[in-house]
Design a protein around this ligand. Structure first.
Ligand code: ZN
Length: 442
């Protein structure tokens, strides 16, 4: 808070008479040879701006009628910008170049004639356009070193040859991070809206405008006002010199959105470096260890047998890889699966009565642990049979209905009571399926 107030008061002092000026927050010094191409509209890198920092660039001047108004607006806001001037314009309006230098703006170049053909121009013409443009913009200045080694290709129509030549001369190619379409036939309000909207989308960056356009003159005050209202700061950019070294930066800062704490990729675990305690290697296997004559298996891309078959004979019909159904030998099945003895399906006559009259309580039987097993079960059967016998004496349970199922039959037989044959009612559904299910449980 205190720092914010201090910087605001400093800005007010820097821009006397203009308390609402946005001002210029800092000067960034860049070395063109370290970062030869910038501007995310075309290149991976852009200026190492902080969040909410903006660099203003103006193309195609100087054209006195509009460029002078742009200069006045910038002066009223104490804003420094970068001007990509055209050689012919500088020749025609040398006073405009003087004004740029006097105001402390950065003077850069933009070819001699602004050809929109640099993407397919012969390299000799490219060189001519670049060199003549620099010479024309330098001519009005007493100090030619005031022309920065910054260059913007007309129409952003880049080509490898153009960039290579500029790099060979130590000149930085500038593109932009966003535009405001101020060379189109749109209103100044629209220009201002686009500038702010696109700035807000990126949060920072290089804005490219045209100081020769009347609509830009009309839009500029609103753009600067909105930028200040939204907390943006203007940054001036100058080239490094022996007296003024480049602002220290880290490579990620030259990306518009460098990887941050919010990007998961920055936190992927690193591959550990394994350290082996035992570095002695196992002996390599030798061919005789494998059942492969002449090592042919290892020299062939195909399985050995198939490869040899193909070598010796015409190709055989390919066998389907599906598993085949193996036929089950019946005699073996008879041995392994004996026919159940008939008496296994016999149920004691008194047990039928038990099913009818006194079903066992599920709880008392089912709750028994398996380990206590047979004796308790046998005792339960005995009690049940005794009850059945008693019931039979009272004339009940003469008829038996029993659901099908060998398990309970065998189990009842296991109780060791006297058994008599009965008919298993296989065709009909059980009359009391719930009870049968309860029986099956134990
Ligand atoms: Zn231009």
């Amino acid at each position: 808070m205190v720092a914010g107030l201090a910087s605001q008061s400093a800005l007010a002092e820097d821009c006397p008479g203009h308390p609402d000026a946005i001002g210029t927050s800092r000067t960034l010094v860049v070395d063109p040879r370290e970062h030869p191409r910038i501007g995310t509209m075309q290149y991976p890198e852009t200026l190492p701006l902080r969040d909410h920092e903006v660099v203003l660039t103006f193309d195609d001047g100087p054209l006195p009628r509009n460029s002078n108004q742009v200069l006045q607006i910038l002066a009223d806001n104490c804003v420094k910008a970068i001007f990509f001037t055209i050689g012919q314009q500088a020749r025609a309006n040398p006073e405009g170049v003087h004004k740029l230098a006097a105001a402390g703006h950065t003077i850069a170049t933009h070819t001699q004639d602004h050809p929109l053909t640099m993407d397919h121009m012969p390299i000799e013409k490219v060189r001519q356009q670049i060199d003549a443009g620099i010479a024309s913009v330098s001519a009005p200045l007493s100090d030619p070193s005031l022309v920065a080694p910054f260059f913007l290709i007309p129409g952003l129509l880049r080509a490898d040859g153009v960039e290579e030549y500029l790099a060979s001369r130590g000149i930085q190619v500038w593109s932009a991070d966003f535009l405001a379409d101020d060379w189109h036939h749109i209103s100044s309000a629209r220009v201002a809206d686009l500038a702010i909207k696109r700035l807000e989308a990126d949060g920072k960056g290089i804005l490219l405008l045209h100081d020769i356009q009347a609509r830009t003159v009309a839009a500029l005050p609103k753009i600067l006002h909105e930028m200040k209202a939204r907390g943006y700061h203007i940054v001036q950019v100058v080239p490094a010199t022996p007296q003024q070294p480049a602002t220290p930066t880290e490579p990620p800062q030259w990306q518009l959105h460098p990887p941050s704490e919010k990007v998961p990729i920055a936190h992927w675990p690193k591959i550990p470096n394994f350290v082996f305690a035992e570095v002695d290697a196992f002996p390599a296997p030798v061919l005789p260890n494998f059942d492969a004559p002449d090592g042919a298996l290892f020299l062939s891309g195909e399985p050995f047998n198939r490869a040899r078959r193909i070598a010796q004979n015409p190709p055989l019909p390919r066998e389907a890889p599906w598993p085949r159904l193996s036929e089950l030998p019946v005699e073996n099945a008879a041995i392994t699966l004996p026919v159940p003895e008939e008496k296994l399906f016999e149920v004691p006559a008194d047990a039928r009565a038990a099913f009818e009259s006194a079903p066992p309580r599920r709880t008392e039987v089912a709750a028994e642990p398996e380990a206590e097993g047979q004796s308790k079960r046998a005792a339960a059967e005995t009690r049940r049979s005794e009850r059945a016998t008693a019931a039979a004496k009272h004339g009940r349970g003469a008829k038996t209905r029993l659901a099908r199922g060998a398990s309970q039959s065998a189990h009842v037989a296991h109780a060791g009571r006297a058994a008599s044959k009965h008919e298993i009612n296989a065709g009909k559904p059980a009359r009391r399926p719930v009870r049968v299910a309860a029986l099956k449980k134990h």
